[in-house]
Design a protein around this ligand. Structure first.
Ligand SMILES: Cc1cc2nc3c(=O)[nH]c(=O)nc-3n(C[C@H](O)[C@H](O)[C@H](O)COP(=O)(O)OP(=O)(O)OC[C@H]3O[C@@H](n4cnc5c(N)ncnc54)[C@H](O)[C@@H]3O)c2cc1C
Length: 318
């Protein structure tokens, strides 16, 4: 996250209120929309809103992109020299499968499965919550379990970020007692969000049928053992929890997907070259996590941004 500590480029510095999580497009917190708007205002980019892209096709040195103008429901098409698909991993893959008419062809994908462990920090019971505390991802842990080759990475969140009204109704008490309990517990509650590494051995696959529907075959890691290990490890710090309190969202609830069109040294069908170019095409590039060759257990937006910048630079220089 990039937060302004001073006014910059017409954007005001952060006036922290701990409610930023609930406010979209706060100008002090960087969002790619700011860069996009700047590019539009300085005529460096033409932005077409409300268009659903469906397919691309290539002729000699041109790529034709077809879609639907959602305001008029009419067909629309564009011509370009190079196409960078960046509609997020699964949407880009859907466009590729439809364009190449690879219906019902399963393509592998990876997901970071997640789990949540709640903790009670007994040292903070009854403490006043600092108004200006920052509850999101207060600290990170890297954990190497014997069960997984790669590290599991997790972030710890305080619960001062959510609105009191979101939490109060989860207490199994009357309204008045819930407010009392909240005062006592709020500074003492933590949640650990654990990300699992993507696993190429799981048979996660997506396919597109001829009617345009996407089908997913989702598998997830068996979870539970790592959480028990972590709970045991953190107990000496005064963080109390129990395995039965952990939550294991179903496969598909993760925020991180990718590896559907992975970059390879020597790519084949439904894979990409190292410069992001899709195998079998002349001028079509993948600019999002579809081209990741692996999915480590971590937040990956900055990696997507860095990789797409690298690909765009290579295209410009090429
Ligand atoms: C609740 C939540 C919390 C998250 N927290 C974090 C975090 O803390 N840190 C982090 O690193 N990541 C986080 N992520 C993940 C992050 O949002 C993604 O990594 C990031 O948005 C991916 O960027 P992207 O540009 O590839 O895709 P997107 O941001 O999804 O952008 C794709 C764009 O393409 C458009 N599009 C899709 N299909 C088409 C089409 N056919 N035609 C035209 N346009 C199309 C979409 O409307 C969208 O505007 C979170 C995600 C969620 C849902």
């Amino acid at each position: 996250m990039g937060v302004l500590s001073r006014d910059h480029h017409g954007r005001k510095k952060c006036d922290y209120s701990n409610l930023e999580f609930f406010k979209p497009y706060i100008e002090s917190v960087y969002n790619p929309v700011f860069t996009l708007n700047e590019l539009i205002e300085t005529n460096q980019i033409k932005y077409k809103n409300n268009v659903l892209i469906e397919t691309f096709s290539e002729s000699q040195n041109e790529v034709w992109v077809k879609g639907v103008d959602l305001t008029t429901s009419s067909e629309i098409q564009f011509k370009c020299r190079k196409l960078i698909l960046a509609a997020s991993a699964l949407n880009s893959t859907r466009i590729v499968l439809k364009s190449l008419k690879l219906f019902n062809r399963p393509t592998h994908f990876q997901e970071n499965a997640i789990s949540y462990i709640p903790y009670l920090n007994i040292r903070e019971l009854g403490s006043e919550l600092e108004e200006n505390s920052y509850p999101s991802a207060c600290f990170l842990s890297f954990y190497k379990s014997k069960l997984y080759k790669n590290a599991l990475i997790s972030s710890f969140y305080g619960i001062s970020g959510p609105l009191n009204s979101d939490l109060i109704f989860d207490f199994p008490l009357s309204f008045g007692s819930s407010i009392q309990a909240m005062r006592l517990l709020k500074a003492a509650l933590f949640i650990q969000q654990v990300f699992y590494p993507g696993d190429p051995t799981l048979s996660n696959a997506m396919r597109l049928d001829e009617a345009g529907k996407v089908h997913f075959n989702f598998k997830s890691h068996a979870r539970g053992q790592v959480e028990s290990e972590m709970i045991r490890l953190l107990r000496p710090l005064g963080l109390l929890s129990a395995p039965f309190l952990c939550k294991y969202p179903d496969p598909g609830n993760s925020f991180h997907y990718g590896c559907t069109l992975p970059m390879r040294e020597m790519p084949g069908p439904l894979e990409s070259y190292k410069d992001g170019k899709l195998f079998g095409t002349k001028n079509v590039y993948i600019g999002d996590a579809a081209n990741f060759s692996m999915l480590p257990a971590k937040n990956y937006s900055f990696t997507i941004m860095a990789n797409s910048m690298r690909i765009a630079r290579l295209i410009r220089e090429g």
